[in-house]
Design a protein around this ligand. Structure first.
Ligand code: SF4
Length: 198
């Protein structure tokens, strides 16, 4: 798997390099190839992201980790105001997987989901008691989400990054890097998770 094309960010989160290294090693087991601490004010929240969820996405109103079950942009801004720093988690996968709706795609999503939660747990045990995950892509822990019935794995339920109306490309620009949109099935694309830290 090629490493994501992102430059290292200055450690503005005040998190030790040794811990970042340990998180990075743990994340690699789940396909998360790189982890970068950053300051929360770099996160870009935009109404248009919510619009894209609401119009044009099959997951809208079908999953506990997607809108409208997740906080609206106004609430997201309020939640982020209680944090000072975060970690960006970066993985990459083949673009051809993006258009599939099969067991292989789901297995990748579950792996990323479990990895993100595992890192959140590590951080909690290190004293980052506010740590909270926003996971890349939609929750696929169940083959079909129980929504609107009760979630089957509530302890593992987290919002997706997109459901938080986070403009990932705008956020990456704020971090001084970019992400190319994959346009061919032979391309690889990066996906991003975020752990709110403190
Ligand atoms: S764990 Fe299952 S029921 Fe809960 S949000 Fe994920 S897919 Fe839906």
């Amino acid at each position: 798997m090629p490493l994501p094309k992102v430059v290292p960010f200055r450690n503005e989160a005040g998190i030790s390099q040794a811990l970042v290294q340990r998180l990075g090693d743990a994340g690699k087991k789940y396909g998360l190839g790189a982890i970068f601490p950053f300051s929360i004010d770099k996160i870009c929240v935009a109404e248009w992201v919510h619009l894209k969820c609401r119009y044009g996405c099959n997951n809208y109103n079908t999953n506990w980790c997607c809108p409208p079950a997740t906080p609206n942009p106004e609430k997201v801004r309020s939640i982020l105001s209680e944090y000072r720093s975060a970690l960006l988690l970066v993985g990459s996968k083949s673009c051809s997987d993006f258009y599939r709706n099969n067991q292989q795609k789901r297995a990748g999503q579950v792996r990323c989901w479990k990895g993100t939660l595992s890192l959140e747990r590590m951080l909690f045990l290190e004293g980052y008691y506010k740590s909270f995950s926003l996971v890349g892509e939609c929750c696929a822990l169940c083959k079909e989400c129980a929504f609107p019935e009760s979630c089957r794995f509530p302890q593992e339920k987290r919002p997706s990054v997109e459901s938080f109306s986070i403009d990932v490309i705008g956020t990456l620009k704020n971090l001084g890097t970019t992400s190319k949109v994959a346009t061919h099935t032979k391309d690889t694309f990066n996906y991003y998770g975020i752990i709110l830290l403190e």
